[in-house]
Design a protein around this ligand. Structure first.
Ligand SMILES: Cc1cc2nc3c(=O)[nH]c(=O)nc-3n(C[C@H](O)[C@H](O)[C@H](O)COP(=O)(O)OP(=O)(O)OC[C@H]3O[C@@H](n4cnc5c(N)ncnc54)[C@H](O)[C@@H]3O)c2cc1C
Length: 434
């Protein structure tokens, strides 16, 4: 009962907070983790000689602080990569991002995209770009939206795109100018765009090695301890058959689920929790004999492919697959909370193998050496028209109860590992000073 700071979740966010508390000589914390091991979504596992992440997890670092911390955590166990990402569309592998690399598509599609972009820039008809579709139409025009922006994002978000806002777009969709669109339509370019143009990846151990680095310092970890009830009046959490008192609670578990375990929430706050939406993702991790294509990952906007993205896990480090074999992760999105039956997963697997063969990822005589599904029930928090107000009301209400939110799912934002690492450091500073 003497622990003053309780952290729910030992993913990269919770571990970063604990690691930085330790660095500040604060040991007055406890981590409650539902699973039997730490790491959360940034963990990795071994299967028949392959190492898989739960879905390929690459360290895209955009700050010096993030880079320094990643280097400290990984030491010599790090490989630096320059992105090799493609959009597979109409039979072509175009370099990513689509809008700046139209060269190679048939003339009619290129003309439609260029004409749409020129019209958007000339007419400037759309003044309010708060909604996602308006933002994309204003920036790229109708052709690029029709062929890529709308179908790809529909496949990924699995929600009504008309109700999505553009609040998440700036960081995640590489911007470009009209000049970039036009140059990329008529020549093959070698310019890097976007936040993920380069990345670090562990040489060994998969992405889980990053959490391994944090675990060298982060301690007070209680595994198999799922937080099941939070009592705001008593300031206590029930987990693993015990009750823990806290002064400060930091949650990295999905915010929507947190709402469901807080006792006696005021009805307006309960309604705000109900407004939070997310999608769910299933990942097929696959190991096969033989080599594969050159890319790190590929986007699939067309409906004929049931997956939205496929990555080559073994391209991140040769240590992730036996010699002469290739590892893949193939991602499928569903509306939030969807549960796919075992027999449907089997069908999806068969269908995917046919697509991978036809797409040239695997050879006709390739042998399946490893296959397994990872489920991410809460994968992308959805930025719809209710998102901002509902999330702010919840954050304000919880902060008044000394409950703070951290991480992509805890703080309910479209974010990534670097932010988890840095937000964990910032939260530690704030809690130690308080
Ligand atoms: C498909 C996909 C691909 C991604 N790819 C990348 C990428 O390439 N690069 C990148 O930087 N980011 C990527 N991300 C984002 C990255 O996964 C997140 O930023 C990161 O995992 C957030 O870590 P976290 O610790 O906040 O959450 P989590 O990893 O979800 O950790 C939360 C922990 O809380 C535990 N928990 C949940 N409920 C309870 C409970 N009731 N009681 C106790 N414990 C509980 C969970 O078991 C888990 O261990 C990707 C995300 C997705 C969905």
């Amino acid at each position: 009962m003497e622990n003053k700071i309780i952290i729910i979740g030992a993913g990269i966010s919770g571990l970063s907070l604990a690691y930085h508390l330790e660095e500040m000589k604060c040991r007055n914390y406890l981590i409650l983790e539902a699973a039997a091991k730490a790491g959360g979504l940034c963990g990795s596992y071994e299967l028949n000689g392959f190492t898989f992440d739960y879905s390929g997890h690459l360290l895209h670092l955009s700050s010096k602080q993030g880079l320094r911390l990643a280097q400290k955590l990984l030491g010599k166990n790090a490989l630096a990569h320059k992105r090799r990402a493609f959009v597979h569309i109409y039979g072509e592998d175009l370099p990513y991002p689509f809008q700046n690399n139209l060269y190679g598509l048939r003339d009619a599609v290129v003309s439609e995209c260029v004409k749409g972009a020129l019209t958007a820039y000339k007419d400037k008809k759309i003044k309010d770009t708060t909604l996602f579709k308006n933002w994309a139409l204003a920036l790229y025009g109708e052709g690029i939206c029709k062929h890529f922006m709308f179908p790809y994002n529909q496949k990924l978000w699995q929600t009504d795109l008309d109700k999505m806002t553009s609040a998440w777009c700036g960081k995640f969709i590489p911007a470009g100018t009209l000049e970039d669109i036009i140059k990329g339509a008529y020549t093959r370019r070698r310019k890097d765009f976007g936040y993920n143009a380069g990345f670090l990846y562990p040489k060994e151990g998969g992405c889980g090695a990053i959490c391994g680095g944090l675990l060298k310092k982060a301690g007070n970890l209680h595994l198999n301890s799922e937080a099941k009830e939070i009592d705001l009046k008593e300031k206590s959490v029930k987990a693993g058959g015990k009750k823990y008192a806290y002064d400060t609670l930091v949650s990295t578990m999905p915010l929507k689920t947190l709402g469901a375990i807080i006792k006696n929430l005021p009805p307006p706050v309960k309604r705000d929790f109900e407004l939070l939406k997310h999608n769910s993702v299933y990942v097929l991790n696959l190991g096969v004999s033989g080599g594969t294509k050159e890319g790190h990952w590929y986007y699939f906007p067309q409906d004929k492919y049931p997956f939205y993205r496929a990555g080559v896990q073994s391209a991140f480090s040769p240590a992730l697959a036996p010699q002469g074999a290739s590892g893949f992760y193939i991602e499928f999105a569903f509306p939030g909370g969807a549960v796919v039956k075992e027999q449907d997963l089997k069908k999806m697997e068969q269908q995917t193998l046919k697509h991978l063969l036809e797409l040239g990822f695997i050879a006709r005589d390739a042998k399946i050496l490893a296959a397994g599904w990872a489920q991410i029930p809460c994968a992308y928090p959805i930025y719809d028209v209710n998102y901002e107000t509902a999330r702010k009301n919840i954050i304000d209400f919880l902060a008044a109860q000394n409950i703070y939110l951290l991480g992509r799912f805890g703080a309910w934002e479209y974010s990534f590992m670097e932010k988890s690492l840095l937000d964990g450091a910032a939260m530690a500073g704030k809690l130690v000073k308080a």
